[in-house]
Design a protein around this ligand. Sequence first.
Ligand code: SAJ
Length: 434
Amino acid sequence: MSHFDALANKIQNKTAVSGIVGLGYVGLPLAVEFARAGLPVIGFDVTQGKVDTLNRGESYIQDVPTEILGPLVKAGTLSATTDFSEIAKVDTINICVPTPLRKTKDPDMSYIVAATEQIAKYLHPGMLIILESTTYPGTTDELLLPMLEKSGLKCGVDFFLCFSPERVDPGNPNFQTFNIPKVVGGMTPECTELGRQFYSQSLETVVPVSSTSVAEMVKLLENTFRMINIGMVNELALMCDRMKINVWEVIDAAATKPFGFMPFYPGPGLGGHCIPIDPFYLSWKTRQAGIEARFIELAGYVNGQMPHFVVDKIQSALNEHSKSVKGSRIHVLGVAYKKNIDDVRESPALDIIHLLQQRGATVSYSDPYVGDLKHEGQNLEAIGVAEGCRAADCVVVVTDHRDFQYPEVLAASKLIVDTRNALKGLQSDKIVRL
Ligand code: SAJ
């Protein structure tokens, strides 16, 4: 029997042991979906704390309820380890590790390389390896394939290699790992077919494509599309500000167009570990191919300017009240990178707080999801909303969490700069909108 048939049988009868490297906001939900479908799952992570928490049946990811995770761990369907030699026991393995940017805006492939080195060590015939981390087109072919074939095993015959983009939208109540269509592309048709069969065991919709590069590029198109459109609408906000036009009203009215339009909204900047970062994996790669990704560079610049624009807005709002930023108390509402989640990575709030402090303001914040900010030199603890707003010369809404009671915020504040149109429908001279 070929390795293809042997693995296909294991997948079909759910005896294939699945490994997941990286138990973060992508890997843990995936591990839970595989385990819920009845596949035995071993999670691998370098952080002992995560492994211990998971093995106690407790979740540390907002979108994975402990009530779901616990029984899977108790039943022994899902377990975690920091011992990568256990890769020898798995039949399939998904790589879900971070792909950040270096300070030079070059891709940091160190996490993918480290994971692949471990897999190569314990690679055995009949394994399916799937890279899920967002990366530049060509990574699977150019980086992973040679590292794995060094073993002497042949891809497409002895082992199988695919790329499948993760599409997690943290905090999205309607689309979670199970019902988000899953694109998968293999090094060979056999690889793609095994990837398709594997995901079909646990996910609602699988979308096979012809190669790993196509699958890698799909993800970059999705996130570059968002980043550029957000940049465009941020630039529109700068234009409307100068021309004294309410940009929010413009967008809401444009969004009534039933076709050919998709609303994006201006904001204080671009946060998260995907949208501000993934497009630069594409522009880095296209530069190697001698093509400048000009839209990405321009959108990156515009989005990067938004925190400065917000601080200037606060400065001119205080100025209207004969106050300077220097010596003022400024209270920030929301520091997570987007509403209703607890993640502060790349959050524009961090830039805004830093810029305000640089200009001599005393900054406080409230965020129901983020208890303290011990990040990039900050050492702030969240304080109560009413307390913070009352004491402040200016309040700034940076993240429009649903938990904030905006009419009460307005009543307690002397002056509010609203970067998210969170106070939509509330009228007051105290409100300054982006
Ligand atoms: N933002 C705006 N204006 C908008 C939309 C978003 O300023 O109109 C800002 C947000 O406040 C946030 C940043 O952009 O700071 C990113 O927002 P996001 O909604 O793209 O959220 P992410 O990065 O958590 O998740 C995205 C996914 N989001 C959506 O599709 C809605 C999806 O693109 C990817 O699955 C995911 O990144 C990823 O992991 O790549």
